[in-house]
Ligand binder design. Structure first.
Ligand SMILES: [Zn+2]
Length: 432
């Protein structure tokens, strides 16, 4: 199933020709309308005319989150405000938020790209799609909403939170597709169990999840609890929002909408492209955006490029699921640790719940990390011996996976906070 088969299954040579033409026109647009880009290009002695092939992309400067902040709010817009029909912003957990804009054409493009991803994930006009992302400045909810409407599906803008009501709606309105973060989907499954609502009481068939990294083990857990086929999709507001890439039902990586985005994977330190298949930082250039074009945006998301055909018939490259962010990387006792590594271990151990938190303290000059893990109902808290065994198993497996020793503490179910958006996995109490 394809939404725009002529685009999604395009001949690769034809695709590259299209990408080059669109890149040149994007560079011309930013050079003449965005002083920030003109200054950067001038400093490097590059003009848009110097870019004669896709390989020349590597000569262009990167754009960073700091550049967006420095140009807050509208400094990087390439069209006058009268042509902007929508404004979104990404949350400013550190510093000022970043603001992005869309023209009428941009909204049309965005809806189409999300429609492709929903279609690849199994959604059709016969589906009832419940959007459990928070509606607001965040691009997730509106992006998926417009894409689902574009397909002709029936959209329920449930927004985030109020999980019992969310489940009631799912049951009564016969929702067939759930759109949320993966961690929220888990919370929905858990809450259903508490409410005594079996999966068979729902009509759910598909889950389209994004906005945070998740593992295959977590996918299996969600699919089991909700009785759905779960696919991953990727995007970020600085580039467009959801719609950059998404999995098809083969689930062999996320198909990149390459006729709209040029995706590179670079070594985050050397800032040079890594070979296909190797993990690095995603860098994205928009090819068709009017209001807020982006040249070589450093996402800090870690992934790899997967060339080669997919059985679904889409021809472009795929990216592996994002495993974490360069800035999520924790350095504990001098060793690089990603929360996703811990998640992978916990999912392999029976009797643990898929909820965990990493607490890091500094005692003297030493880092101490404690992984708090919720124990399932099968582990009763009066069974000291079983608890000790489990703690031991988790500690050993984590030491093996991470290369450092960490403490492990079992806590009762529901002790760790639940999030209705992105899960908070790390509490770093070190004063660094
Ligand atoms: Zn495919």
């Amino acid at each position: 199933m394809h939404w725009e088969p002529d685009k999604e299954c395009m001949d690769l040579e034809e695709l590259e020709q299209l990408q080059l033409e669109q890149l040149q026109s994007t560079l011309n647009r930013v050079y003449s309308h965005v002083p920030f880009y003109r200054k950067k290009f001038d400093a490097l002695g590059i003009t848009p005319e110097d870019v004669g092939s896709l390989d020349d992309l590597a000569r262009l400067p990167f754009t960073t989150k700091a550049d967006l902040r420095d140009n807050y709010p509208y400094g990087l817009f390439a069209v006058p405000m009268r042509e902007v029909v929508r404004i979104h912003a990404s949350s400013g957990t550190t510093g000022a938020p970043t603001v992005v804009g869309y023209t009428r054409n941009d909204i049309r493009t965005w809806s189409n790209l999300v429609a492709r991803i929903l279609t690849a994930g199994g959604v059709t006009k016969d589906d009832v799609v419940q959007i459990a992302f928070g509606y607001g400045l965040f691009t997730g909810a509106f992006g998926l909403h417009y894409g689902a409407e574009r397909i002709g599906a029936s959209v329920i803008p449930a927004s985030s939170g109020n999980t019992t009501r969310q489940i009631q709606i799912m049951k009564d309105f016969k929702t067939t597709a759930l759109v949320s973060t993966p961690s929220y989907a888990l919370l929905v499954g858990e809450t259903m169990q508490e409410m005594g609502i079996p999966v068979s009481a729902l009509s759910l068939r598909y889950g389209l999840f994004g906005a945070e990294p998740w593992s295959d083990a977590m996918r299996q857990e969600i699919e089991g609890r909700l009785g759905i086929v779960a696919t991953d999709n990727y995007g970020l507001s600085e580039v467009i929002g959801p719609g950059v890439s998404g999995e098809c039902q083969e689930r062999q990586g996320l198909h990149i909408n390459e006729d709209h985005f040029l995706v590179e994977v670079i070594d985050p330190e050397k800032l040079r492209p890594v070979p296909p298949g190797e993990t690095g930082e995603l860098v994205i250039t928009s090819l068709t955006k009017e209001a807020f074009p982006m040249v070589r945006y450093r996402t800090h998301d870690l992934s790899s490029l997967l060339p080669g055909p997919c059985p679904c018939g889409r021809t472009g490259r795929r990216m592996s699921r994002v495993t974490g962010r360069t800035d999520d990387m924790l350095i504990i006792k001098g060793v690089n640790v990603f929360p996703s590594q811990i998640e992978r271990v916990l999912f392999e151990i029976e009797g643990t719940e898929p909820h965990y938190q990493i607490v890091i303290e500094r005692k003297g000059a030493m880092d101490e990390a404690t992984v708090m893990v919720e124990a399932g109902e099968s582990i009763f808290f009066d069974q000291m011996r079983r608890q000790r065994e489990m703690v031991d198993t988790i500690r050993k497996r984590l030491a093996h996976e991470l290369g450092i020793s960490v403490d492990v503490k079992l806590v009762e179910k529901k002790t760790l906070g639940r999030s209705e958006g992105k899960a908070k996995r790390v509490i770093d109490n070190r004063k660094l």
